[in-house]
Design a protein around this ligand. Structure first.
Ligand SMILES: *[C@@H]1O[C@H](CO)[C@@H](O)[C@H](O)[C@H]1NC(C)=O
Length: 289
């Protein structure tokens, strides 16, 4: 009897441990390239990517998702990171793929990184917005989040929304909503364009360059064998899937305006030279898209 209850206690604690380790890199991600330059360490709590002259490295999620609220903490390449790009994004596959991008363009020590964002739907992107950050992204971990639901995509940094891309299907703009996406990340050399438009090259004497990841968290609909974990027989309770209808409240809208006024350095929706025939349709429906 005693051994039975201690066995039960052991089983319970294993279950609890399993639950706590949700968000473990071993469990949720595969290293896909880089020949040993990407590493999962600290029992799966930390992942590092590195780049040297011979190669960069990358990883991808085991799961595919169709909508989700996905957080990851990143600490970017410190010091002279000029020429390096750390990409963290969601993407589906194929020529008409959908994609939601964060890309961090490195810089020489003390000069600001650029956070580059883009949204592709049915293979078409060209929707860049770029930002400086209001902190040094190499000094500590910060949380970069993508909320992707049927109505909107919201990019956030430490909980502050920096970009909203609304569903504009009503005016004929395709919206990512039917192709499941995986999470991808990579660290690579892009010194032909990344830093000051390619003027500043990667200083290989500083290699290897390293970026770190921790505290992955996904509230998401997992797509598997053609069906979504969110459309099971029992209807999802609104509390567990609140993000499926989430929108910016008035505080969020104020924060978004603050970022766009003070930290946005490029917006395709205001680049008149690039669109002499008129701005893309979604720019008219949503001046901040
Ligand atoms: C790097 O620093 C320069 C000079 O401050 C700045 O113009 C540029 O936007 C910064 N970021 C990148 C990625 O080039």
């Amino acid at each position: 009897m005693a051994s039975y209850s201690s066995l039960l206690a052991l089983m319970m604690s294993i279950l609890v441990l399993r639950d706590v380790s949700a968000g473990n890199f071993y469990q949720d991600f595969d290293i896909t390239w880089g020949d040993g330059r990407a590493k999962i360490i600290d029992n799966g709590d930390l992942l590092t990517l590195s780049l040297d002259k011979a190669s960069g490295s990358g990883f991808q999620s085991k799961n595919e998702f169709l909508f989700g609220k996905i957080d990851m903490q990143l600490k970017l390449v410190p010091g002279n990171s000029a020429g390096t790009v750390t990409a963290y994004y969601l993407s589906s596959q194929g020529p008409t793929h959908d994609e939601i991008d964060f890309e961090f363009l490195g810089n020489i020590s003390g000069d600001p990184y650029i956070l580059h964002t883009n949204v592709f739907s049915l293979g078409k992107g060209n929707r860049e917005q770029q930002f400086y950050l209001w902190f040094d992204p190499t000094a500590d971990f910060h949380t970069y989040s993508i909320l992707w639901n049927p109505q909107r995509i919201i990019f956030s940094v430490d909980g502050t929304p920096i970009r909203e891309f609304k569903n504009s299907e009503s005016i004929g703009v395709p919206y990512p909503k039917s192709q499941p996406m995986r999470i991808y990340s990579s660290l690579w050399n892009a010194d032909d364009w990344a830093t000051r438009g390619g003027i500043v090259k990667t200083d290989w004497s500083q290699a290897p360059f390293t970026a770190s990841y921790r505290n992955f968290n996904a509230n998401a609909c997992v797509w598997s064998s053609g069906s979504s974990s969110c459309s099971s027989n029992s209807p999802p309770s609104t509390s567990t899937h609140a993000w499926l209808n989430e929108e910016l409240d008035s505080t969020g809208q104020e924060r978004l305006k603050w970022v766009q006024k003070n930290y946005m350095i490029y917006n395709y929706c205001t680049d008149a030279k690039r669109f002499p025939q008129g701005f893309p349709s979604e720019c008219t429906i949503n001046s901040t898209s």
